[in-house]
Design a protein around this ligand. Structure first.
Ligand code: ATP
Ligand code: MG
Length: 365
C-alpha cells in the first residue's frame, strides 16, 4: 500500500513561486497499478519524485507499505535509497560507460546494504530475465535498441526487489508500435511480480490501458480519481471531459423534468432532453458535454426524433475509418465523427442528433 496525504511542494523559480503540488492525496492498494495523468506542468513528476525521496516536500505524509517515510508534522524524512522503491525515469538515465550487467548491478553496489558477488550476480541475472534481456549482460549499454534500453531501466529499478515501482513516462521515447507492445509487457510484468506500480503519463490511452485507478491532475491538484471506466464515461468537470475526448462542451441551463426520467435542458443551439444527475435544479447553469463519435448525422428530411439540431458542414477531414467534421449549429461548432461512406460536403445542410444517454452534465465553472 502507498498512501499520500496533503502533499505540498513549491519551487522558487526565476519568475517567482511555483506551486507544483498543491494538496495531493491518494491511496494505492498493494499490487495495483495507479496512474497520475495530466498535461505538461501539472505536477506529476514532482509528486512521483516526492514519493521516491528525490524532492523534499513542504507538507504532507507519505506511507510506503505500512511505513511512514515522510511526515512534515513528525519531522521525518527517510532517504531515497531506504524507501524500498525502484524508479524508472523518462530519460532512462542509463549509464553509457557501463555494460548492461553493471547498470543493473549499480543500485545493489551503491546502496547501504552489502551483497556478495554471487548474490549480485544472481539478482542481476534474474532481473534481466524478468524483462527478457537475459544473455545481453556484457553488452555496452549504448548498443541497445530503444525498447531494450527501456527494459534495462526497468530491470535496474527492480533489482533490489522494491515493494513499489515508480515510472515516469517510461514509454514516451519509443515509437507508437513499440510503445503499445511495451505497455502490454509492463502490465504483464507488474501483475506477475505483484508489485505496486505508480505510473506517470500525459497520454490518456496509456492510462486507460494500464491502470486499475487513475488520478487526473491539473495545476498541482487531483481533479478526479477513479477507475478507467468511471473517468472515461463520467467526467466530473469540463477539464477531465476535455482531456478524455468529450470534444463538444456547451453552455446550458436546466429547465424542467419531462417524461421517462429525462430533463429538458436549454442551449443556444436548441433544447435537448437528457438525464440529469440528482442535485441540479431548474434554472441552474451547467455545461453539457458529448463525444464526437456519439453525434448522429442525417441528411434531409429530418427524422422524427427528439434532440435534433440543424447545422451546416464547415469542415470535414477524412481519417480512414471516419470523417472528422465540424458542423456549425446556431454559431457554435459541433465536432462530429461520421462514417466516411456518408461523404459529407462542405456547406451541406445536415441534422444532428445527440441521444439523451450521450450527454454528460457538468458543473459550470
Ligand atoms: N526544479 C524545479 N525548479 C523550479 N520549478 C520546477 C522545478 N521542477 C518542476 N518545476 C515546476 O513545477 C511544475 C510541475 O512540474 P512537473 O515536472 O511536476 O510537471 P509534470 O506534470 O511532470 O509535467 P511534464 O508532463 O511536462 O513532465 C511546473 O510548473 C514546473 O515548471
Ligand atoms: Mg514530468
Amino acid at each position: 500500500m502507498v498512501k499520500v496525504e496533503g502533499l505540498v511542494k513549491h519551487f522558487q523559480g526565476h519568475r517567482g513561486d511555483v506551486q507544483a503540488v498543491n494538496g495531493v492525496s491518494f491511496e494505492v492498494p498493494e499490487g495495483s497499478f495507479f496512474t497520475l495523468l495530466g498535461p505538461s506542468g501539472c505536477g506529476k513528476s514532482t509528486t512521483l519524485r516526492c514519493l521516491a525521496g528525490l524532492e523534499d516536500p513542504e507538507d504532507g505524509d507519505i506511507y510506503i507499505g505500512e511505513r511512514l517515510v515522510y511526515s512534515r508534522r513528525q519531522g521525518r524524512s527517510v532517504s531515497a535509497h531506504d524507501r524500498g522503491v525502484g524508479m524508472v525515469f523518462q530519460s532512462y538515465a542509463i549509464w553509457p560507460h557501463m555494460t548492461v550487467f553493471e547498470n543493473v548491478a549499480f543500485p545493489l553496489r551503491a546502496g547501504k546494504k552489502r551483497y556478495s558477488a554471487a548474490s549480485i550476480h544472481e539478482k542481476v541475472k534474474r532481473s534481466l530475465e524478468q524483462v527478457k534481456l537475459g544473455g545481453l549482460e556484457d553488452r555496452p549499454a549504448p548498443y541497445l535498441s530503444g525498447g531494450q534500453q527501456q527494459r534495462l531501466a526497468v530491470a535496474r529499478a527492480l533489482v533490489a526487489e522494491p515493494k513499489v515501482l515508480l515510472l515516469d513516462e517510461p514509454l514516451s521515447n519509443l515509437d507508437a508500435r513499440l510503445r503499445e507492445h511495451m505497455r502490454l509487457e509492463l502490465r504483464e510484468l507488474q501483475r506477475r511480480l505483484n508489485i505496486t506500480a505508480i505510473y506517470v503519463t500525459h497520454d490518456q490511452v496509456e492510462a486507460l490501458a494500464l491502470s486499475d485507478a487513475i488520478a487526473v491532475m491539473n495545476q498541482g491538484q487531483i481533479v478526479q480519481l477513479g477507475s478507467p471506466a468511471e473517468i472515461y464515461s463520467s467526467p466530473r468537470n469540463s477539464f477531465v471531459a476535455d482531456f478524455f475526448g468529450w470534444g463538444n462542451i456547451i453552455e446550458a441551463e436546466i429547465c424542467e423534468a419531462t417524461a421517462g426520467g429525462l430533463t429538458l435542458v436549454a442551449t443556444s443551439q436548441g433544447n435537448v432532453q437528457c438525464s440529469v444527475p440528482d442535485g441540479w435544479r431548474q434554472g441552474d447553469k451547467v455545461l453539457l458535454a458529448a463525444r464526437p463519435e456519439n453525434v448522429q448525422v442525417f441528411r434531409p428530411p429530418a427524422p422524427d426524433e427528439d434532440n435534433l439540431w440543424e447545422g451546416e458542414v464547415q469542415a470535414a477531414a477524412f481519417l480512414g475509418d471516419s470523417l472528422d467534421c465540424q458542423v456549425v449549429v446556431a454559431g457554435q461548432t459541433i465536432r462530429v465523427r461520421a462514417h466516411p461512406s456518408l461523404g459529407l460536403r462542405l456547406g451541406e445542410k445536415v441534422h444532428l442528433r445527440i441521444p439523451p444517454e450521450s450527454w454528460a452534465v457538468l458543473p459550470h465553472p
